[in-house]
Design a protein around this ligand. Sequence first.
Ligand SMILES: Cc1ncc(COP(=O)(O)O)c(C=O)c1O
Length: 414
Amino acid sequence: MTTTLSQFARGLSTETAFDVLAVAKRLKAQGKDVIELQIGDSPYPSATHALEAGIAAINAGQTHYCPSMGLMSFRETVAANYKKEYGIAIGPENVVVGPGAKVFEQFFCEAFLDAGDEVLVFSPAFPTYAPNIERRGGVIVTSHLKQEHAFRPNLHDIEDFVKRPRAKAIFLNSPHNPTGGVATEGDLKAIANLVRGKNLAIFSDEPYNHMVWTGKHFPMLGQPGILDQTVACYTFSKSYSMSGWRLGYAVSSPRVIDAIGKMINTSLSCVPPIVQLAGEAALKNDAQERDDVMQRFKKKVELLVEELLGVPGVGVIMPAGTFYVFPNVAPICMKLGITSHGLAMFLLEAADDKLGVACLGGECFGPAGKGFLRFSCAEPDERLVQAVAFFRDAVKRVERVEAYLKEHGKFRLQ
Ligand SMILES: Cc1ncc(COP(=O)(O)O)c(C=O)c1O
């Protein structure tokens, strides 16, 4: 008899971007030319001083365990940098290191949720929020982000949510993946006023804090009196092109930071010191390089939007932040009778034998994403132009779409 997997393990949903990435790599290995716009990674090398410091740390023998909360020098550097960037005075006691930002979703839920607690999630949403909430038996309440509201959070929904007897937490993500929406300072103020002093926690996921194209980034912790009920998360993956190093950190009150430190102690032990030393060097020395890279991303996003505006059936707005473009392609999907993720997979696998474009259907981010595609812009400019030209042409290949749908019935639009 086989041992049964837990109900949680059997139902676990994952980040589709990594599955599409695997298909794209397999097709490339078979000789297909694939323009890879599926995953939110940087095409640029990791920040210069991070690379040097990482190598120096290996050579200096920084290759052993270190404190679970992080190296004191790393936490101090993060705190000083936070003050410099946002004018918010925090100390190392407010900072805990993690292997990227994603892991803090799990730790936040472990810190605040008991079974049956309700969590407000704005949909479409980063796909790993749901499994991390479900891991603790939390119940998701959804608020839809709308293109006509520039994908900003709906304050009325938050007002309604906080009145619910089991309301416990809100997952905020600004700048937002996949839509590129950015909450205004007024939005954050209103949210802070609704939760301040209540038994409600905020997970403020801010991995794209340096990618704001309209206005500037306002951290949730810029709002007064909410530190002890907020966990704000940051990553080196996007700003310093360090996704493979796995480095991020969370900011909160010492009480909450200590609780998260215990979770790291009992799961990961620690984040490798060589990685923390690399990140520390990036924070100290690579701000200018980071800002230059961010401007390059902005230009790519503008280019992608401009090209997509020329495709019939596509409705697209310039994202206020992030390196994603999230066009509405519902008219194309309706015409072809295919779901938006089906369309994405068709572009990759079946539209052409020699060339493919990898992107994601909006439903990879929840049902509210249906009818949208998400393109990242991690390829050279001429490849972005080529990808959109390919897309414009591919949606005319009706027989190929029909043959693809015959083989993949799950992508047929009901
Ligand atoms: C909204 C959001 N949160 C968290 C992450 C995780 O980033 P990392 O774990 O690489 O720091 C990402 C990465 O794409 C993201 O888009």
